[in-house]
Design a protein around this ligand. Structure first.
Ligand SMILES: Cc1cc2nc3c(=O)[nH]c(=O)nc-3n(C[C@H](O)[C@H](O)[C@H](O)COP(=O)(O)OP(=O)(O)OC[C@H]3O[C@@H](n4cnc5c(N)ncnc54)[C@H](O)[C@@H]3O)c2cc1C
Length: 371
């Protein structure tokens, strides 16, 4: 259907990221009309490339079981961590035990998801949502390009912005974790870099390095905003100097010839969630509903899961059954509570920096959602 003009779509999905794609595919797969609103993700790099093995079941439900088998992704065979002690130990994952996942070519993964949505016949309106209002049982959506569209149900999959859902529910924040991140190119291609992921705790936070399928290295430092050096996002020298605090990350970069440093970019990476992830005529999915500290490495999987389940609940609500919507919101609350407990336990394993503000704050965190 053409959903523009006077037509009213069954569902409008705000955001074309991972959660938005899963939601749009689910609604279209049920034979209902759906619009996907928001800019296409471009080919540029963005952080978040580890896909947990738990994602496979949801990809299969979406009819995309082959998505990560083909394409440029690599099997994540080894994660090393210098976490509890300054020694490097191999671990399958830091907060779950489901075996190896995938290290994605993230733009290619997103491109494949968006391609599946387009093939399902979902119209893509590439302009961001600018305003929304409810008129009886119909949402009126105004996009930044001035066009207007209508839908009976809204799925907010706009990531941490939660552009619609934040109007209807309070948001809770457990911390202000921030990531400084960049992608390094190898200087000497004769050196075969180890296909691994490495996590290392330091006094001011923790480092993450992972070999991407194209041999570049994804590098990130996670800390609190007040613990990062001023001007870091403009100064590659500062970024490089911070590596001196590491033992293993610096050694890996050096031995495999990664030295092409641009200044890092900064991204919010804290744990943040909606008190209520669904209401009358709307539901939130992915980071819009609950965004997790990336130590968990399950943001992408939660986004796939949330997009799918939120859409199923929306379809039931359109048929007059609000039960799945309530259960979805309750399940998310439970998952947040469980995550906060796990997060506290994993950070508490690091005792060697106990006096440092970054680690002290994590020891003092509540391990249940604050009501
Ligand atoms: C530094 C860092 C590292 C991470 N590493 C990992 C990892 O290794 N593994 C993992 O699983 N997860 C990781 N994550 C988390 C993961 O990236 C997110 O959980 C995941 O991208 C959430 O997907 P989403 O679709 O909910 O949101 P997003 O991917 O943020 O997509 C939201 C979409 O909404 C769009 N949008 C925003 N505003 C509007 C608007 N007004 N109108 C229309 N559209 C709008 C945006 O353009 C975007 O396309 C990491 C996160 C960070 C910050």
């Amino acid at each position: 259907m053409s959903a523009a003009g006077a037509d009213v779509a069954d569902v409008a999905v705000i955001g074309g990221g991972v959660a938005g794609a899963a939601a749009a595919l689910t609604v279209a797969g049920a034979g209902r009309t759906v619009l996907c609103i928001g800019p296409e993700e471009g080919p540029e790099d963005r952080p978040g490339e580890f896909l947990s093995p738990a994602a496979n079941a949801i990809l299969a439900e979406l009819g995309l079981a082959e998505l990560v088998d083909s394409g440029p992704h690599r099997v994540a065979n080894a994660t090393y961590a210098a976490w509890t002690a300054p020694l490097l130990a191999q671990r399958s994952a830091i907060t779950h035990t489901e075996g190896p996942g995938r290290v994605l070519d993230r733009p290619a993964f997103q491109h494949a998801l968006s391609g599946a949505v387009a093939r399902a016949g979902v119209p893509r309106l590439a302009s961001p949502l600018a305003a929304v209002e409810r008129d009886g049982g119909t949402w009126r959506l105004t996009l930044a390009d001035g066009t207007e569209h209508k839908a009976r149900f809204l799925i907010d999959a706009s990531g941490r912005a939660a552009v619609v859902a934040r109007r209807f529910s309070a948001r809770r924040r457990a911390d202000r974790l921030v990531a400084a991140y960049g992608f390094l190119t190898q200087r000497d291609e004769d050196v075969e870099p180890t296909p691994a992921t490495l996590i290392e705790a330091v006094a001011e936070g923790w480092w993450y390095a992972s070999l991407l399928p194209d041999r570049r290295l994804a590098l990130a430092f996670f800390s609190d905003p007040d613990r990062l050096p001023r001007g870091l996002s403009r100064d590659p020298g500062l970024w490089r100097a911070m590596l001196k605090d590491t033992e293993w990350v610096a050694r890996w970069l050096d031995s495999a010839g990664y030295e092409d440093f641009a200044a890092p970019r900064l991204a919010s990476a804290g744990t943040l969630w909606l008190e209520r992830a669904a209401g009358d005529g709307w539901v939130a999915a992915g980071d819009a509903a609950a965004a997790f500290d990336p130590l968990s490495s399950h943001g992408l999987t939660s986004a796939l899961w949330g997009g799918r389940r939120a859409a199923q609940a929306a379809l039931a609500a359109l048929d007059g059954d609000a039960g799945p919507l309530d259960r979805y919101a309750a399940t998310l609350n439970g998952a947040v509570g469980e995550f906060l407990k796990q997060r506290r336990a994993v950070y508490a394993e690091v005792r060697r920096f106990a006096g440092q503000p970054f680690w002290r704050r994590r020891a003092e965190m509540p391990d249940a959602p604050v009501a």
